[in-house]
Design a protein around this ligand. Structure first.
Ligand SMILES: *Cc1c(COP(=O)(O)O)cnc(C)c1O
Length: 379
């Protein structure tokens, strides 16, 4: 029996042996110079993932999942005296609205519904009619549906209107194209455990130096959050490498190893390509079994694809049958829970794993559909 569990959920991902081994590299104090050096090195490597960010952008690391990084980005960079326009077409966009509300930042929501692309003419109209809006917050890859939002077009619009873009790039950083100043990106949030193949619990925010400096000068007095305000993180991590609060030392070892593998594998373009090859195999297999994708391939991220649950097959039945074979898929959220299932392509998914998955799926789909409706736990 195959002992590896293959995670086809959108993070955490199946770790490579090398990243898993790095977790056991040793016991370091986070206030010793060797860890300060590792922190500084990781920040440099993260900014270096994209040539478009390498020169002007700086990263800070914080302990937390991707949501912590997104909230820290908004707490640190969403203005108090202007409005932020949140573009939502899924759970994560809507969550940014909730964060801004929680921190009492002025914002408005442009919600298109979960299966629609961004409505750029509506964004343009909203910006034109509201000079008060200085920032736009958006998710690059809306993991709810697997949609890759068209950030090049939105970024050009923001650049032309001198509106600052705040980006949830948690499930796209490391696999999709990202620009910096060309899209007027004022900050972006990412996490170790998605396209970078690290361990959950370590996240990061990148912003241009011109945005960090005033934030850092304001120090820790200027805000409504002690932990999430990133001014001190920047000040400390870029003024010696230390951090205001404890970083998860072992997760930093793991991210370092993951970034080694990322570079050796050819960087973000190669990773995106590898994911798309995996996606295309699964998509073809499912299409042949009569299971269509939710979105056309051109609108899909590299990291994840959503599929329509066939009539008469429950998510639970499909999930349990695959789990029994060592594969973990992911349910739809909210109203989509009964309509879709999701398959992510991140992490250490080997050709043999994909072969096995694609060999299993047609049988499971054919065998389950007749018996579905009686039990959620058939196998
Ligand atoms: C995974 C993810 C997050 C972070 O979710 P956590 O549960 O905090 O890891 C944020 N945004 C997007 C788009 C994601 O896919």
């Amino acid at each position: 029996m195959n002992k590896r569990t293959i995670l086809l959920n959108p993070g955490p991902v199946t770790l490579t042996d090398r990243v898993r081994a790095a977790l056991a590299a040793g016991d370091w104090c986070h206030r010793e110079p060797e860890f300060a050096a590792l922190t500084a090195s990781l920040n440099g490597r993260l900014a270096g993932v994209y040539p478009a960010l390498a020169r002007d952008y700086r990263s800070v690391l914080l302990a937390g999942s991707g949501t912590a990084a997104v909230e820290a980005m908004l707490v640190s960079f969403a203005p108090v005296d202007h409005r932020t326009l949140v573009l939502a077409n899924g759970v994560y966009g809507e969550r940014m609205g909730r964060m801004l509300a929680a921190h009492r930042r002025p914002f408005e929501l442009l919600n298109n519904g979960w299966t629609a692309p961004l409505d750029l003419p509506a964004v343009e109209a909203r910006l034109a009619g509201n000079p008060d809006i200085s920032h736009v917050a958006v998710v690059q890859h809306e993991t709810t549906t697997g949609r890759l939002n068209d950030l090049a077009a939105l970024g050009r619009l923001c650049k032309a209107r001198q509106v600052t873009l705040l980006l949830d790039a948690v499930s796209s950083f490391g696999a999709e194209e990202l620009a910096g100043e060309d899209w007027n990106v004022g900050a972006l949030a990412g996490a170790a455990n998605k396209c970078l193949h690290g361990v959950p619990g370590l996240a990061f925010v990148l912003a241009p130096v011109r945005a960090w400096e005033p934030l850092s000068a304001a120090g820790s007095d200027a805000t409504d959050s002690v932990y999430l305000h990133l001014g001190r993180y920047y000040q400390d991590q870029h003024g010696g490498g230390y951090s205001p609060f404890t970083l998860p030392v072992q997760l930093a070892f793991a991210l370092d190893a993951a970034l080694d593998e990322f570079a050796e594998a050819g960087g973000w373009k190669a990773r995106g390509r590898a994911y798309r090859e995996r996606a295309s195999r699964v998509r073809k297999t499912l299409a042949a079994a009569g299971v269509p994708a939710l979105l056309p391939p051109a609108e899909c991220s590299a990291a994840l694809c959503a599929y329509r649950l066939p009539d008469g097959l429950t998510y639970a039945a499909l999930h349990d049958a695959l789990k029994a074979e060592g594969f973990i898929i992911y349910a739809g959220q909210g109203a989509l829970a009964r309509e879709i299932f999701r398959i992510a392509h991140m992490g250490d998914i080997r050709p043999a794993d994909l072969d096995r998955l694609c060999a299993l799926l047609p049988g499971i789909l054919a065998g389950q559909q007749g018996s579905a409706g009686q039990s959620g736990r058939t196998r």
